[in-house]
Design a protein around this ligand. Structure first.
Ligand SMILES: [Zn+2]
Ligand SMILES: [Zn+2]
Length: 296
């Protein structure tokens, strides 16, 4: 079979007829394990799960998957880029190439029927239930590959995309050696489930609730509590307005922990070519809004 014509821009269909059983099973299992974990609660397991969550997700997911690889907001040596993608996979971020491709698709078609987690279909669809259905975009390699021409030839990334699950499973073994089943449940399942919901809030809440600094054509918002939980990713209207910028907090008080990490890596010489926002675009919009006259 010959390859199809380029499918970039082809509509992504949420095929409601075909349930995605692996996703449903995994999501249900993770939540069940959270309930199982409750009687095993210890303060040190709880504390370590939060330390790992808020210590590693900003580096693996926000800095690695999102700001560096998806959007090119900063550059690092190849080994460091591979390290952060591997970290993102190991903490449960999912297949990195799929993640990047689907996120680029989301930016291209935000809040339209082609958006894989179109928030106009409601909170729960954008947050979680879109994962319960097969998406043609995910299932057809030519479709998602068309969105990652810069990564598709990297053999290690391709391997990682296919085999990423081995890393979080291996980490469960480490947690067992470290602190028995209590650590498996809390540092493994509770931490990952919390991380998934925080990530999902960026797809749901920050396309619904909050304020806007930029008049973007989508429905994105800045949502302070998502920004705090997701280390800056909740300044999502800022991000959609200036997608390449490695800094998502654009007002002085919009705290962006991930950007502090970017600054740190820049200062020690590991991060280069860091893209920053054009803050004048935000001010221009404020001015034009305040002086807007009723249109005829
Ligand atoms: Zn978005
Ligand atoms: Zn993005």
């Amino acid at each position: 079979m010959t390859s199809t014509t380029t499918t970039q821009g082809a509509p992504v269909q949420v095929e409601k007829r075909r349930l995605h059983y692996p996703n449903i099973f995994w999501i249900a299992f993770a939540h069940l394990m959270v309930i199982v974990a409750i009687p095993f609660f210890t303060w040190d397991a709880f504390a370590w799960s939060l330390i790992l969550l808020f210590g590693l997700a900003p580096l693996g997911i926000n800095l690695g998957y999102h700001r560096m690889v998806t959007h090119g907001g900063l550059k690092m040596p190849k080994w460091a880029e591979a390290f952060f993608l591997t970290l993102g996979a190991a903490i449960g971020g999912g297949p990195p190439l799929h993640w990047v491709a689907e996120h680029r698709l989301h930016h291209r078609f935000s809040d339209t029927p082609k958006d894989p987690h179109d928030a106009t279909k409601g909170f729960w669809f954008a947050h979680i239930t879109h994962l319960f259905w097969h998406k043609e975009f995910e299932d057809v390699e030519e479709q998602w590959m068309a969105y990652i021409p810069d990564l598709a030839k990297n053999r290690y990334y391709y391997w990682l995309n296919k085999n990423w699950i081995l890393l979080p499973v291996a980490s469960l073994g480490l947690f067992y050696l470290w602190g028995g089943w209590t650590y498996v449940l809390w540092l493994g399942f509770v931490r990952v489930t919390l991380m998934l919901h925080i990530t999902w809030f960026v797809n749901s809440a920050t396309h619904m609730w909050g304020y806007r600094n930029y008049d973007t054509p989508d429905k994105t918002t800045n949502t302070w509590w998502v920004a705090l939980l997701a280390a800056g990713e909740g300044w999502h209207n800022n991000h959609h307005a200036q997608q390449v910028s490695a800094r998502h907090g654009h007002k002085w008080w919009e705290f962006d922990l991930t950007y502090l990490w970017v600054r740190f890596f820049e200062l020690i010489g590991l991060a280069k070519d860091v893209k920053r926002p054009q803050l004048s675009l935000m001010r221009a919009r404020t001015v034009s809004e305040s002086s807007a006259s009723p249109a005829s």
